[in-house]
Ligand binder design. Sequence first.
Ligand code: ADP
Ligand code: MG
Length: 362
Amino acid sequence: MARIELADLAHAYKPNPTQPSDYALRPMSKTWDDGGAYALLGPSGCGKTTLLNIISGLVRPSHGRVLFDGKDVTDLPTEARNIAQVFQFPVIYDTMTVYDNLAFPLRNRGWKEAETRKRVQQVAEMLELSADLKHRASGLAVDAKQKISLGRGLVRPDVAAVLFDEPLTVIDPHLKWLLRRKLKEIHHELKLSLIYVTHDQVEALTFADQVVVMTQGEVVQTGSAQALFEAPEHTFVGYFIGNPGMNLLPCTLKDGRLMLGDLPFSIPAAAAGQIAADGANITLGIRPEFVETCDAQQADALRATVTSVKNMGTHFLADFRLGQYAVAAKLATAGDLAPGGAAYLRFPQQRTLFYVNDKRVA
Ligand SMILES: Nc1ncnc2c1ncn2[C@@H]1O[C@H](COP(=O)(O)OP(=O)(O)O)[C@@H](O)[C@H]1O
Ligand SMILES: [Mg+2]
């Protein structure tokens, strides 16, 4: 296992990049702790695979260095980096048995047969492949084959890290759910450093201790599921995490007052300086879970119109029109909310966040 450091890293596939958009990865420095379970989460095309391939050595970064435990490996090929990588689709030897497939990475490293057997059996057990060990891989269904790929990634205890690139893509939804729990257990048991790439927030949040959120070649936040939910550092995290995502309402300044459309809103003291700066692009963010309905008399009541109300079984999902904005709320009860009717909303102060140029200031 190793601590992996990306120092002043950036990557452009094209030569002579000039604009930020020429970079698949914008300049970043980032450390992945030894033994951690990380998820790398972001939409398709944001640079996840590029980042993973730079760590494994399949791609050489155009700028910056990659360090394993302080040692510069930027110019080392994949084979010399001691990394296991699992891809979207099974990479296995079809003509070999499941056992031989799992044993291959160990035999390759000169392991004795007795130790190999012990380790292969341990990993097969964890992935529920024990009954298939004697079978040829070619006869198995695609999800069993992908489990073999996962096993091959996990079988060596001495790797610097195991990298997964959307490994459950070919797995059916039910097994997917079981496997990502399993991977989390395996992480605790085998103490491997794992980086797990996915575009699926549920997958990322159930698997990882730390989720690294990326958009457009940039890491915008690294944090626990709770931190990403309660305190998104970037509007993208607010929007991307959650279902539905955070309500993001662009605000303006008028005569030193913050305006939510026509409605004045008090500026939190902590953010007053940054919010009042010239040309600040200000956004108010509040998660649907924290929007409340209230009485018209309440001092901070915001008058809105109900657009729709849906009973989701565990809660109600209501959509409102608040001036020029659409606002979603998850409510325990629907009360007398009806489409087209009036409603009063409030945004509790401690749950209302402010962003300047997409970065959180309060
Ligand atoms: N081999 C390549 N050559 C040129 N551009 C590439 C190559 N691989 C990826 N890209 C571009 O780099 C960006 C990031 O891609 P990728 O790392 O595959 O994202 P993700 O894995 O998040 O979907 C995309 O714009 C993609 O088109
Ligand atoms: Mg990818």
